[in-house]
Design a protein around this ligand. Sequence first.
Ligand SMILES: *[C@@H]1O[C@H](CO)[C@@H](O)[C@H](O)[C@H]1NC(C)=O
Ligand SMILES: *[C@@H]1O[C@H](CO)[C@@H](O)[C@H](O)[C@H]1NC(C)=O
Ligand SMILES: *[C@@H]1O[C@H](CO)[C@@H](O)[C@H](O)[C@H]1NC(C)=O
Ligand SMILES: *[C@@H]1O[C@H](CO)[C@@H](O)[C@H](O)[C@H]1NC(C)=O
Ligand SMILES: *[C@@H]1O[C@H](CO)[C@@H](O)[C@H](O)[C@H]1NC(C)=O
Ligand SMILES: *[C@@H]1O[C@H](CO)[C@@H](O)[C@H](O)[C@H]1NC(C)=O
Ligand SMILES: *[C@@H]1O[C@H](CO)[C@@H](O)[C@H](O)[C@H]1NC(C)=O
Ligand SMILES: *[C@@H]1O[C@H](CO)[C@@H](O)[C@H](O)[C@H]1NC(C)=O
Ligand SMILES: *[C@@H]1O[C@H](CO)[C@@H](O)[C@H](O)[C@H]1NC(C)=O
Length: 894
Amino acid sequence: MIIAKSFLLLLCFIALVNGESSPDEAVIMIALRDSLNLTGSLNWSGSDPCKWSLVQCDDTSNRVTAIQIGGKGISGTLPPDLGNLTSLTKFEVMRNHLTGPIPSLAGLKSLVTVYANDNDFTSVPVDFFTGLSSLQSVSLDNNPFVSWKIPPSLEDATALADFSAVNCNLSGEIPGFLGGKNFSSLTTLKLSYNSLVGELPMNFSESRVEILMLNGQKGAEKLHGSISVLQNMTALTNVTLQGNSFSGPLPNCSRLVSLKSFNVRENQLTGLVPPSLFELQSLSDVALGNNLLQGPTPNFTAPNIKPDMTGLNSFCLDTPGTPCDPRVNTLLSIVEAFGYPVNFAEKWKGNDPCNRWVGITCTGTDITVINFKNLGLNGTISPLFADLASLQVINLSQNNLSGTIPQELTKLSNLKTLDVSNNRLCGEVPVSNTTIFVVITSGNSDINKECPKSSGDGGKKASRNAGKIVGSVIGILLALLLIGFAIFLLVKKKKQYHKMHPQQQSSDQDAFKITIENLCTGGSESGFSGNDAHLGEAGNIVISIQVLRDATDNFDEKNILGRGGFGIVYKGELHDGTKIAVKRMESSIISGKGLDEFKSEIAVLTRVRHRNLVVLHGYCLEGNERLLVYQYMPQGTLSRHMFHWQEEGLKPLEWTRRLSIALDVARGVEYLHTLAHQSFIHRDLKPSNILLGDDMHAKVADFGLVRLAPEGTQSIETKIAGTFGYLAPEYAVTGRVTTKVDVYSFGVILMELLTGRKALDATRSEEEVHLATWFRRMFINKDSFPKAIDQTIEVNEETLGSINIVAELANQCSSREPRDRPDMNHVVNVLVSLVVQWKPTERSSDSDDIYGIDYDTPLPQLILDSSYFGDNTLMSIPSRPSELESTFKSGQGR
Ligand SMILES: *[C@@H]1O[C@H](CO)[C@@H](O)[C@H](O)[C@H]1NC(C)=O
Ligand SMILES: *[C@@H]1O[C@H](CO)[C@@H](O)[C@H](O)[C@H]1NC(C)=O
Ligand SMILES: *[C@@H]1O[C@H](CO)[C@@H](O)[C@H](O)[C@H]1NC(C)=O
Ligand SMILES: *[C@@H]1O[C@H](CO)[C@@H](O)[C@H](O)[C@H]1NC(C)=O
Ligand SMILES: *[C@@H]1O[C@H](CO)[C@@H](O)[C@H](O)[C@H]1NC(C)=O
Ligand SMILES: *[C@@H]1O[C@H](CO)[C@@H](O)[C@H](O)[C@H]1NC(C)=O
Ligand SMILES: *[C@@H]1O[C@H](CO)[C@@H](O)[C@H](O)[C@H]1NC(C)=O
Ligand SMILES: *[C@@H]1O[C@H](CO)[C@@H](O)[C@H](O)[C@H]1NC(C)=O
Ligand SMILES: *[C@@H]1O[C@H](CO)[C@@H](O)[C@H](O)[C@H]1NC(C)=O
């Protein structure tokens, strides 16, 4: 008996010792059983959980190691203390109807798997993963959690191989640590159908993930940004990113040698499908539809591939593998350097860039203008612009471009303007030794400075180029004025200044001196100290003296075109055959007055452009040299054709030709007076300042005497400049200048065109010396007038009508009283009617405007022309001459 009793006690004792902590675990397990509704699904009877079905215990310690009750139709909740089952390795309750919170399993060092997917759990505690250093597989899919984020505690789970949290109301961003070195075991990451936002972390570059599923994020924001990090994820086999907002180009897939399935449908991906993807031999499923992919439709070549090509993209042609037009390829390479922005991918459809592609303007099939102004572009300027040889204008202003301006752009022999203002460019501005084009670089604080180290390649390239450039010929060193901008700022500054110092008599002229001196002194860098920001933003076309020496055979006598008040004009030819006219002032003339005229001329010419005004290509201020470089006008001056045609072996000008020249001149002067954004007065209009092109169209030259008409005052008192014979009486007597001074001179030119006589001709009898006086006398008498007409003009019934009208006009223009003279726009209207009447088929010069650009007119007009660049903020409405002339001020000349 006693022995039997003792034996029983012993058994009990053994039992007790054996399950040292199992009573605790039993309590927890019983609590679990009680909170679940196990009706019939599991046999969990008795008090020893180690005997329950689908529960496993450790043989020696009797501790619960596994609870695997998935798919048993169980409802109920989980008790809070499951985390006390310290030996638990597997906790699998998936595919039931469990509700309530998932309890914390923090600290379960042995836990390997947690499957809680496909239940009705309501939350995951923030510390759920704390200390789960053995955790390998987690599935939380398909639970209606309150919105939650992947908890930081997951960072402890460094053994993780398979993490799945699909469709479980996950929000926030994908934590970077999942892609990091510590998670090198992670091979499956499924986070589909949540509300994740943010980008694919760059850390994933080191990830060994094979299966990556991030598709179908809900909400407006979704996952976005680049997927370029995929190119380093060499273990990838299955990638599904469908239905997000990923953008930018597809990754280079050449290292993704295991990739079998690649689904990026319904994103915002742009750019070319890389050959590394469509030639990838491991690939069997690929879906690219409903993106903005560009270039040729890919021709997938893997043996068993089933490409899903449904949905839209922006491929150039539908047939797989058919190459795009070369222009398309080049444009795509150019926007590649900007990261293939969505804007272009959406709007560049088909295979013809000349068919209304945004930012592209063509002449015929040649791309002549690229205007990417203010498109928020990032990235760099591609050297491949150089492949579009027909380009005349490149406008990349007001973007966020970095790096350098590629040297290759100097190969563009037709390029006239490169506007890169207001970006973040650095390094040297490239110079060409063959062509002249304007580079506008204002608003780039690091331009002409070494690139910051971070921009790596760009910096190296710039200094390499700088090396090449040393001693090179054409130095379009500084880029050009955003002239309108400079003026705008100057005027603004002046106004502010006047507000602060109302008694101070500053002037635009002075402001301009500052600008020009800042520009020109000391060559390429010193003018741009950066302290004087708005002045420093000015720039101009600087051409090196060496180029001009080469172009003019070192200013050889035989190249002299003419001599003027301020210097000698030489003919020159650049390496590429472009002809130029170089106006050179010897150092002796340049001091004082000459230098002022020179600066005045630069200031005006860089601000005023028109097809009937001679184009200034650039200038040179080196040492004592002061040179201006103009467009070469092959037919020379109007006076050559009017007064020297016999010596030169030319034909006398026909009347209709004279009419059209008069109209050209009138238009140029009208522009000066009213259409340029501020009013200018030429002050020295005469036939030797009117130049003719091969088409015999005229341009007005020599603005050296022009003075800027200041705002707010109606006339300018200044020292007399001009040429006798053309001087308006009030100007000659008082020195006061209004636009009517030019109208007077123009009237004299009309008289010259009518009579073939010079404005002043000392060889004639006294009463005929002064043309204007003589003409008026002859005109009054209808009988004498026909004798005044140039003998070389064929006067017939047809011409006589217009001769009479022009004579009347000449008379009005040269009226003694300024108020009796018409405005230039009236003159233009009168002449237009005559030219149209006589030459009905001649294209009016306005019809030359394609897209509003006069390609003969390099810079400022393009800038100022709001119809093209679309942004009119820098322009002010021109003041009409009628407003300018109404009062005369007396006082000392300035
Ligand atoms: C347990 O499940 C049965 C059948 O699914 C159901 O009828 C019963 O109401 C449930 N009991 C509890 C307490 O949830
Ligand atoms: C449940 O298991 C116990 C032993 O663990 C057994 O005795 C009993 O018969 C089982 N019941 C059913 C319904 O299977
Ligand atoms: C679980 O462990 C905690 C602390 O270790 C303890 O406070 C709690 O009472 C335990 N729960 C059960 C049911 O043993
Ligand atoms: C996700 O969480 C939010 C906020 O907790 C909740 O309003 C919403 O109903 C949840 N969505 C789902 C599908 O459970
Ligand atoms: C790919 O890896 C290389 C080397 O580790 C790194 O320099 C590069 O930035 C990575 N690229 C991406 C897109 O993550
Ligand atoms: C991976 O992609 C292959 C090819 O499409 C497919 O057969 C396989 O089932 C996918 N694996 C997973 C886990 O999705
Ligand atoms: C597409 O690829 C196949 C297989 O490599 C090739 O035979 C075919 O010529 C390619 N088509 C085009 C248009 O390049
Ligand atoms: C340039 O980068 C900014 C900031 O990353 C971005 O918001 C913008 O969309 C980018 N621009 C383009 C055209 O891609
Ligand atoms: C222009 O410069 C390049 C290199 O800077 C040189 O190779 C080329 O010969 C030069 N061309 C002329 C016409 O001087």
